[in-house]
Design a protein around this ligand. Structure first.
Ligand code: S3P
Length: 170
């Protein structure tokens, strides 16, 4: 792998972006960022608050700013929010400024990994989480594929194993 290229992880909620990203960063001695965490640090409030008060549109404005800033770093691993690829600007920045890895998984795994989790406002609606995740997948999977340099499945393996698999590919 070229020295200190950025690694950007994209994929849906519950794909394992943050956990795998932390392993990757540790193994490669790179700095790790999670766009949601950076939004929370900058806002001083959690993601649910941002959605409640500013709506999804307000959240996306914050997300775009954070992705613009972080993609200008060198040698970082960035776990992006699952909806960040909706923005063409984000997709362009991610493709131009690093290696993009799409973490692909099944709806079943997403459901299992996001269960009991109150942090994801898009799943805190009267709608069935499965229906929400399926609709999002239909809209976004082509966008993850479009932006990805590599696609890695995360269903059956531990985060550490997936991270090692990514390192071998780079
Ligand atoms: C979202 C995914 C979340 C977070 C926000 C919106 C989405 O991030 O950015 O709740 O639109 O899919 P994760 O993919 O890290 O869960």
């Amino acid at each position: 792998m070229a020295e200190k290229r950025n690694i950007f992880l994209v994929g849906p909620m519950g794909a394992g972006k943050s956990t795998i990203g932390r392993h990757l960063a540790q193994q490669l001695h790179m700095e790790f960022f999670d766009s949601d965490t950076v939004i929370e640090e900058r806002t001083g409030a959690d993601i649910s608050w941002v959605f409640d008060v500013e709506g999804e549109d307000g959240f996306r404005v914050r997300e775009e700013k954070v992705i613009n800033d972080l993609t200008q770093e060198q040698g970082i691993v960035l776990a992006t929010g699952g909806g960040s690829v909706k923005s063409k600007e984000n997709r362009n920045r991610l493709s131009a400024r690093g290696i993009v890895v799409y973490l692909e998984t099944t709806i079943e795994k997403q459901l299992a990994r996001t269960q009991r989790d109150k942090k994801r406002p898009l799943l805190q609606t009267p709608e069935e989480p499965r229906d929400v995740l399926e609709a999002l997948a239909e809209e976004r999977n082509p966008l993850y594929e479009e932006v990805a340099d590599y696609v890695v499945r995360t269903d059956d393996q531990s985060a550490k194993v997936v991270a090692n698999q990514i390192i071998k590919m780079l």
